[in-house]
Design a protein around this ligand. Structure first.
Ligand code: ATP
Ligand SMILES: Nc1ccn([C@@H]2O[C@H](COP(=O)(O)O)[C@@H](O)[C@H]2O)c(=O)n1
Length: 194
């Protein structure tokens, strides 16, 4: 049986950093599911048709990490038919042996509700904005406004809103270095694996 790690949380909280580190540590595959919505958001045209036609190669576009792609993603992510079109791809990915790490907003609640480990990664708004600003070379004020707008939209949508799964472990990275955050996540996975 594949071992699945589901990591959710708001923008720039450190989900992807932790997910990549766990995948490396345990030899698992990793999917940053935000890339699916970013790829749909940047392509233009009818988002539902774009989502239905999405292939893995679409996730390799160089412009998907931009702040604009993030904003576009959170708008198309509120469309139920877009989300429905992307479910099979994510669940198929999660079925890999020996395991997979998926990070996003609804992995522990909707995509992989039976995941062996669920983490909900948070950090305070100012910390997240500062980290994202440093990453993208943008202003902290702009990033703060954008992540707040995105979080509000992601939490308020009717279908698969961003919410902590009841059985998810809360990991607040506000005052943790990357190494400290990863160490806590590794410990949670090791505890679950026995
Ligand atoms: N504990 C930490 N301490 C300092 N910087 C961190 C920490 N965790 C992550 N970062 C940095 O913060 C930025 C955002 O992290 P990351 O991309 O992992 O967040 P995310 O939650 O996956 O974001 P998104 O939801 O937008 O994909 C990156 O530049 C990353 O290197
Ligand atoms: N499982 C997911 C993953 C992402 N989204 C939406 O995509 C936006 C971009 O995601 P990042 O993780 O790359 O920041 C995000 O703001 C969500 O709107 C989603 O809905 N579900």
């Amino acid at each position: 049986m594949p071992f699945t790690i589901a990591i959710d949380g708001p923008a720039a909280s450190g989900k992807g950093t932790i997910a990549r580190a766990l995948a490396r540590q345990f030899g698992f595959a990793h999917l940053d599911t935000g890339l699916l919505y970013r790829a749909v958001g940047v392509q233009g045209g009818d988002p539902v048709q774009v989502a239905q036609a999405l292939v893995a190669a679409d996730l390799d576009r160089a412009d998907l990490r931009s702040a604009e792609a993030g904003q576009a993603a959170s708008k198309v992510a509120a469309i139920p038919e877009v989300r429905a079109a992307l479910v099979a791809f994510q669940r198929q990915f999660a079925r890999q042996e020996p395991g997979a790490v998926l990070d996003g907003r609804d992995i522990g609640t909707v995509i992989c509700p039976s995941a062996e480990v669920k983490l909900y990664v948070i950090a305070n708004d100012e910390t997240r904005a500062a980290r994202r600003a440093a990453e993208l070379g943008a202003s902290v004020e702009d990033m703060l406004a954008q992540i707040r707008e995105r979080d509000a939209r992601d939490a308020a949508r009717d279908v698969a809103p961003m919410v902590q799964a009841e059985d998810a472990i809360l990991l607040d990275t506000s005052h943790l270095s990357i190494d400290e955050a990863v160490a806590q996540a590794v410990a949670a996975v090791q505890a679950a694996r026995g």
